[in-house]
Write a protein that binds this ligand. Structure first.
Ligand code: GLN
Length: 307
């Protein structure tokens, strides 16, 4: 790939995306998330030659929310291998991340592991297979990011638990179809904790560099994935990483990635780089408004997307 001046490009991304700083709204359906300063913006780029480029609030931790679904999918896939697809699909849902309607039509098999229903099934799988699911998740993420300081944010988890009627509905619906084996309360407790993982842009960029195959083999804290398994996870990020905006993200940015309602987005270019952005205001689809724009600018200005 042709050499580009990443420092200059990130500065342009930072400056030009400012125009979008007031677009969107901070998530407030989880009350604790709404306490964040909405003007925060950070960006961190980690390249294949281990060089880092960074700007803004990239070292400030935030709630990674649905980005955690990639980590839990990786753990469940490593344990269950191909059997995992009996309980969750791999198709884009075309519906919002917390939608419940499709689940009834499709008999309790969620379309993919990145909508909430799918992530709840993955959480259930981990509860069935791991002795200390929360601790093992933490160890896995710390190993990926090479950072032992990463923690759950119990205030956020508690806040979501108190207001999580939607997720409670989903897990009960799944249970009614026989696709949840553990008590609903236990599944929700694990799920809220995984979503509350608190990370900064640097930790996110580093933790996704193994998915970009910048570090091989994929073997972190006992979670081992083959090249083919990593390929499959990356494919689901491309097709389902942004819910019913996944097509638009591929169209505008052209990278696999994953978003969360904390305003974080991770994306990567296989064998080249991983890049994390954070800006808490969300668009109508629940993805960071300025973050989406920043990544679109980045791949446009650098001329580096997977297409
Ligand atoms: N914890 C959030 C929820 O379940 C995660 C959603 C997201 O980041 N898209 O609603």
């Amino acid at each position: 790939m042709k050499k580009v001046d990443y420092s200059a490009i990130l500065q342009q991304v930072y400056d030009q995306s400012k125009a979008f700083a007031d677009e969107g709204k901070v998530a407030d359906y989880i009350p604790e998330l709404s306490t964040v300063n909405s003007s925060k913006f950070g960006i961190y780029l980690h390249t294949k030659d281990q060089t880092n480029y960074e700007l803004g609030d990239r070292l400030e931790s935030f709630s990674i929310q649905s980005i955690s679904k990639v980590f839990t999918l990786s753990m469940a896939f490593s344990h269950l291998k191909e059997n995992i697809w009996e309980r969750v699909g791999v198709e884009p849902s075309g519906t919002p991340f917390n939608s419940i309607v499709q689940l009834e039509y499709e008999n309790g098999i969620p379309r993919n592991p990145f909508i909430n229903a799918g992530a709840l099934v993955i959480a259930d799988i981990l509860l069935s297979h791991l002795k200390n699911p929360k601790e093992e998740l933490l160890q896995f993420v710390r190993a990926l990011a090479q950072d032992e300081s990463i923690q759950f944010d119990t205030k956020i988890a508690q806040s979501e638990k108190e207001s999580g009627y939607h997720n409670a509905s989903l897990v009960h619906m799944l249970k009614a179809y026989g696709n949840i084996k553990n008590p609903c309360e236990d599944v929700l407790d694990f799920y809220y904790n995984q979503c509350s993982l608190s990370m900064n842009c640097k930790q996110l960029a580093l933790s996704f560099s193994p998915y970009a195959s910048l570090i091989e083999p994929f073997d972190f804290a006992g979670i081992v994935l083959s090249k083919s398994q990593v390929k499959r996870i990356n494919a689901i990020m491309l097709s389902c990483g942004f819910y019913d905006e996944s097509g638009d993200f591929a169209f505008r940015v052209g990278l696999p990635g994953k978003s969360g309602v904390g305003g974080g987005i991770i994306a990567f270019h296989p064998h080249e780089y991983s890049i994390a952005v954070w800006s808490p205001r969300l668009n109508k689809k629940g993805n960071s408004a300025r973050g989406m724009k920043a990544l679109e600018l980045f791949t446009t200005l650098s001329g580096q997307s997977i297409f």
